[in-house]
Design a protein around this ligand. Sequence first.
Ligand code: NPW
Ligand code: K
Length: 536
Amino acid sequence: MKILTAAEMGAADRATADRFGVPLRDLMERAGASVASFVCLRYPRALTVCVLCGTGNNGGDGFVAARSLLAAGIRVRVVLLGEESKLKGIAADAFARLDRSTIAISLVTEDGAVAGLRSLLDGSDVILDAVVGTGFKPPLRGVAVAVRELLTEIRKPVMAVDLPSGWDADSVEPTAEGAFRADAVVTFTAPKLAHLFGHLTGSNGFGPIVVAPIGSPDAAVESATGMTWTGASKRIFETPRVIDSNKGMYGHVLLVGGAAGKAGAPSMASLAALRAGAGLVTAAVPKSILSTVALITPELMTTPLEEDASGAVALMNASPERLEKLLKKISVIAVGPGIGTEGEASAFVRQLVASTDLPLVIDADGLNAFKGQASLLKDASRGGARTIVLTPHPGEMATLLGMTTKEVQAERLNLARKFAQEHGVTLVLKGWRTLVAHPNGDVAVNTTGNPSMAKGGSGDILTGIVAACLAQEKSNVRDAVNAAVYLHGLAADFAAHRMDEHTVLATDTVAHLSDAFRYRTLDANGAEWVCGLRLG
Ligand SMILES: NC(=O)C1=CN([C@@H]2O[C@H](COP(=O)(O)OP(=O)(O)OC[C@H]3O[C@@H](n4cnc5c(N)ncnc54)[C@H](OP(=O)(O)O)[C@@H]3O)[C@@H](O)[C@H]2O)[C@@H](O)CC1
Ligand SMILES: [K+]
């Protein structure tokens, strides 16, 4: 699923009309109807809905939604914010089609009249915000400002049509000064940048944002930014496995990590790789922790690595003879969890990365082994011809780039894209809205995950899931990594839903992977939930 700018959305709408013969009026009809359907699905007990409409086409969607809600047996009140004479084209037509004998319409043209809306809003079960959408550029002006202030005082759910009014559709910032509050958003055809980057819904940004199809064919939707949504890639894991499956078909993950006293990280990564569907998982860890790592689950195979004097993985493990033995029949290597930077560990990691053609996932201190030497990763990836996936958190990314974490966070999107392109790697930059930057410059934005993941072990679990997804989908690196990131956050969302977010452990996320794999993002109306956990 592509992510569009406001201009690209407008172009898609026009192309739908001009090249595919679907009148804009029909698009508006479907947009309004899909908003009404979502209200009925989300708020089945709503008896009265108030629709706040602007004078542009966003307001037009609101008029159509009002008509559809009435047809569904809901009492509807429409408030037009602005002069009726400003309505034009399809929005004016939609307004004219409202039956004033069944729908009460209020006109509000000046600030002084806004206070009078309070009882109307208080008496509604749901409020629809159809004031401005993708045609808006900040700052908000006119009566819309007073209405926004009034809404902050009213404790009724607000559902935004297309965008919460006041958000710039092209914003990649997490917050927007002066935007309407929203508990849910229904947008159309494709998400815009703000839908995936912003905290649009609820106090934490966890309310639903759904994308309703309204009749624009894929060929009419073009994006120049190369931005996509990770969730769409999860489809690759939604078809049942072939009936005569065997473990050889789902790959053999070799998890390399650990050090004396650091058995937890490789154990958790291995467990996650098994749960995420790898056919076989072997943990190669220093021999002094091998028996501890093996205890994580009996399905895990283990192989001992020699230790140096500090208890770290010794460089001799990367000799050609030892590597040949270690990597036999392996499909994906994940290196880094718990490996540390003591002793010979970093030299071992660099030697391993340089000595094999196998797909690699590099995490944690596996990444820190390349501090000041990121060009070695470029050499190893051979311009993207070989699969290397890096999974840094912002601090590890900062180390790789020789920058501060703050500088990385300020430029996440551009830095991730540039690094992936320049080094020919797939880069997973973790954090709120994890980014998956691909070697060709495309970037997928992830919308799952929550603050319960801010705990030791989360990164190790992701490493295991990425490796397992790659092992199962070796020829489809892009979808495998996007899906892994999405599934990891989704499993944590299920864990946080069932438990208090403070109490969720990284291994609880593994325990909820099954919910994540079974989850479907399409609702009964055919709308795609790009944000928010769809339950029931
Ligand atoms: N294109 C299509 O085919 C389809 C489009 N669809 C729908 O159309 C929406 C886009 O419609 P749009 O382009 O008319 O813009 P829109 O968001 O209503 O804003 C324009 C209005 O806002 C006003 N306004 C502007 N800035 C403002 C400010 N700072 N502060 C206050 N007001 C401000 C501006 O007032 P003016 O500047 O004229 O005084 C004008 O009245 C899109 O979000 C989707 O919902 C769907 O039906 C599917 C088919
Ligand atoms: K809106």
